[in-house]
Design a protein around this ligand. Structure first.
Ligand SMILES: Nc1ncnc2c1ncn2[C@@H]1O[C@H](COP(=O)(O)OP(=O)(O)OP(=O)(O)O)[C@@H](O)[C@H]1O
Ligand SMILES: [Mg+2]
Length: 227
């Protein structure tokens, strides 16, 4: 059992995932949820790399929820471009269907999965293709959302074999997101407005889902603390 307050390393987290996945029939799907800018993608890649290095084989791969962003053209046509990032600006139904396909497809048969390009600011169809991978790490903001927050998302949780929530203090994500928007081309003022009027509202929705996770983690130096 995970013990509250204990620090754990990336390699211990990878070993925990490996233990859970071994002996599981079919693909094992870990979900990592958390607010925007929490470091979910970084954690997912870190656990994948540790697990694969320890196994000496490509057992795990990341399946980003971000790949299911609606295209900018579609958001623009609906007048929703400024709201990009909110739960209904993703194709939750397609995310659920593709997760289910990944569970149901025998390892070895390819399952294409979209990724998200931070350069193009658009989803990339088939950005990753799952083949043998018996362990999938899917990560994103809204994995643990209930339908009263936004329709469609509650179908995700039953498809996950384990869920982790990456917790992070508000001021930390605020600063990270402002910096990222500036790197993405916004003026400092526009970046602050986007964070205050959009990202932090999304963060609040996500924070309300924390109690649904099997394990809550917070970055602590080079390690993660179980909180
Ligand atoms: N532990 C960390 N310490 C410091 N910076 C970090 C840490 N983890 C991630 N970052 C930085 O914070 C930013 C967000 O990280 P990352 O992209 O992993 O977050 P995310 O939760 O996937 O965000 P999003 O919800 O927007 O996809 C990145 O610039 C990353 O380099
Ligand atoms: Mg991410």
């Amino acid at each position: 059992m995970a013990r509250i307050g204990v620090e754990t390393t990336l390699s211990e987290l990878a070993a925990r995932l490996r233990r859970r996945a071994d002996g599981h029939s079919g693909r094992f799907i870990l979900g990592i949820a958390g607010p925007p800018g929490a470091g979910k993608s970084t954690l997912a890649r870190g656990v994948r790399d540790e697990l694969n290095a320890a196994a000496g084989a490509e057992l795990a791969e990341v399946a980003p929820m971000d790949g299911f962003h609606l295209s900018n053209a579609r958001l623009r046509a609906a007048g929703d471009l400024a709201r990009k990032g909110e739960p209904d600006t993703f194709d939750a139904a397609a995310y659920v269907a593709t997760l289910r396909a990944l569970r149901d497809t025998p390892p070895g048969r390819p399952v294409p999965w979209p990724t998200y390009s931070r350069e193009l600011h658009e989803p990339v169809p088939g950005g990753v293709v799952f083949e043998a991978h018996p362990i999938i790490i899917t990560e994103g903001n809204y994995l643990l959302l209930a339908d009263d927050a936004a329709p469609g998302w509650s179908a995700v949780r039953p498809l996950l074999d384990e869920t982790w929530y990456l917790d992070v203090p508000r001021p930390v994500i605020e600063q990270r997101l402002v910096r990222r928007h500036i790197r993405g081309g916004r003026t400092p003022e526009a970046a602050k407005t986007k964070v205050a009027q959009s990202d932090l509202l999304n963060a609040r929705l996500v924070e309300a889902t924390r109690a649904r996770a099997d394990l809550v983690l917070r970055k602590s130096g080079r390690n993660y603390k179980i909180v």
